[in-house]
Design a protein around this ligand. Structure first.
Ligand code: FDA
Length: 537
């Protein structure tokens, strides 16, 4: 990304004040005071003017767009920030918080920009973005098996730096390397090692955070309540997490990645059904998930929709042991050695992310831009009882819809370590009671309103169809699969605890109450807020 230094910003920016509707309510004088405030609160050695972008700056749009990962929120009519600040020092974050608070502006914090509802870069009140893209250092301590990672780093950057130092240390976080550490850890963060080591948030041991008063805290000074809340209570509610100290986990020098596909002609429905009885009980070194893919990308040359079920595996061990294990625990899968590849763990992260079989270079892990960026919508469910075969058939029927570009359901098995961690250990409450999680994802490139309506209707209908078969009272959901459909929210006003409890209980179960308590203690005026942030009492 091109970072033109916007030194002239502070003098030029007044010109845009009158042309931006969001500034309409703010006087020129107020705005000048805001900029003055930023200057006053930044240190001479770290001038903030170098990292402030206003709409008049030629880099403003490229800085804004660079981390937008959902084209639904990249339209001319999408509200834009008054300023973007890309801190290169913690004092810039402190200044942004202090001055936004005193000037009645909202802050949207962005790390990797993958929020499925765009909440890290879109708001309907006057707002600025604090974009942590420049704060992305990763320091690995092999001797103590720990790392400090700044929030603006991506998972790929974290994995790459671990791989540089060791082939037998790893970190249990998400699959997509472009996801940002900041949002991901804040909402839990799962990957292919969750059955062995739990979530990313379960492996956080310290953090630096800037609170609503602009003060910097570590674990000790923030206290255990707040430290608990930031490990899964969702991003954007409690402060801006600058960096996380994590526990690295031991992995064997050789791990095995496999995938095998089935379609409706074959035994896809039967296998998916059987999988429900097996996957959460397997050895915790073995992750066996399913990706169902449909939509017109699966249409054959003959014009027939052909949704597929891909069974994908990460085994923390060698292929012979894996094949032998599955031949007794899940013989119906008929997994063969040829479906698998043995590599180091770091190479397996690229195989999982890209599907390549031979990893020639680890450099792609450092790429912050995903191969495709499109409009997307996501939903999630937790499953406590196996769903009937006829229901799986119903899912496949829906995946056949050819007026949908891409539709996917990802089945993530629980059990293992996920069942050993209590529901209240962190805000992420979805533990022992669950067999697996479903993520529903729909994606499209066409920019028309019709295309948007069609795709969103599709995912809502599938979600509705699944109602009888998923968790109930509440129907649980994963906070990192942000979904504004699942409860009242208000774009323009603060949300009450009662309104928020609709989605709060779905995301956090009984932990919602403690999250509200912590929020009330650390941010009683609800400075850090968005449509689904934790409200204060
Ligand atoms: P982004 O910057 O958009 O932030 C998300 C939220 O956290 C926003 O509310 C934001 O304000 C807040 N926030 C960001 N940085 C913060 C900080 N430093 N301090 C406080 N709040 C902060 N999940 C998963 O568990 N496993 C997976 O494998 C994947 N895979 C995946 C692939 C793709 C393509 C997408 C789009 C998403 C996923 N996810 C996922 C979901 C992902 O974990 C979730 O969207 C994260 O919140 C994204 O974090 P980012 O920092 O990228 O988002």
């Amino acid at each position: 990304m091109k970072y033109t230094s916007p030194l002239i910003l502070l003098s030029l920016v007044l010109i845009v004040v009158s042309s931006s509707p969001l500034w309409a309510s703010a006087s020129e004088q107020k705005y000048q005071h805001f900029l003055q405030c930023l200057l006053e609160h930044s240190l001479d050695n770290y001038p903030i003017s170098k990292v402030v972008y206003s709409p008049i700056n030629s880099s403003y749009s490229s800085v804004l767009d660079f981390s937008i990962r959902n084209l639904r929120f990249s339209k001319p009519q999408t509200p834009k920030p008054l300023l973007i600040i890309t801190p290169s020092h913690v004092s810039h974050i402190q200044a942004a918080v202090i001055c936004s608070k005193s000037h009645g502006l909202q802050i949207r914090t962005r790390s990797g920009g993958h929020d499925f509802e765009g909440l890290s870069y879109v708001a309907y009140l006057p707002f600025i973005i604090v974009d942590l893209i420049n704060l992305r250092s990763v320091t690995i301590d092999v001797e103590n098996s720990t790392a400090w990672v700044q929030s603006g780093a991506t998972l790929g950057e974290l994995y790459y730096r671990i791989g540089e130092k060791s082939r037998t240390l790893a970190f249990p976080a998400g699959v997509c390397p472009t996801v940002g550490v900041g949002g991901h850890f804040s909402g839990g963060g799962y990957g292919f090692m969750l059955r062995k080591f739990g979530l990313a948030a379960d492996n956080v041991i310290d953090a630096y955070l800037v609170d609503a008063n602009g003060k910097v805290h570590d674990r000790e000074s923030m206290g255990e309540d707040l430290f608990w809340a930031i490990r899964g209570g969702g991003g954007g509610s409690f402060g801006i997490v600058v960096a996380w100290k994590v526990k690295l986990v031991p992995v064997p020098a050789t791990v095995t990645s496999c995938s095998t596909h089935r379609n409706l002609e074959g035994d896809a429905i039967k296998l998916v059904h059987q999988w429900q009885y097996v996957a959460n009980k397997l050895d915790e070194n073995l992750f066996l998930g399913i990706l169902l893919t449909g939509g017109n990308i699966t249409t054959t040359q003959e014009g027939i929709a052909d949704p597929t079920a891909t069974f994908f595996i990460l085994f923390l061990g060698k292929v012979d042991e894996l094949v032998a294990t599955l031949s007794t625990t899940f013989p119906e899968l008929s997994l063969m050695k040829q479906d698998c590849v043995e590599t180091s763990w770091i190479e397996s992260t690229l195989i999982a992310a890209t599907g390549v079989q031979i990893v020639e270079s680890l450099e792609p892990l450092l790429n912050r831009t995903p191969p495709t960026i499109e409009s997307t919508k996501i939903k999630s469910d937790y499953i406590k009882e196996p769903i009937p075969e006829a229901t799986i058939e119903g899912i496949f029927q829906r995946l056949k819809a050819q007026d949908i570009a891409t539709s996917q359901l990802i089945f993530v098995p629980y059990g293992g370590r996920m069942s050993q961690i209590s529901e209240s250990e962190t805000p992420f409450s979805h533990r022992a009671a669950n067999l697996y999680k479903i993520g529903y994802i729909v994606g499209w490139k066409e920019q028309s309103l019709n295309a948007k309506k069609r795709h969103i209707s599709w995912i809502r209908e599938v979600y509705e169809y699944m109602t009888p078969f998923v968790s109930k009272s509440p129907r649980s959901a994963y906070a990192n699969y942000r979904d504004l459909d699942i409860g009242a929210n208000n774009k323009y006003r603060k949300t009450s605890v009662k309104q928020a409890s609709v989605w709060g209980l779905k995301y956090f179960g009984n932990n919602f109450k403690r999250l509200v308590y912590v929020k009330t203690k650390v941010d009683p005026y609800d400075f850090f807020r968005h449509e689904q942030s934790i409200p204060a009492l």
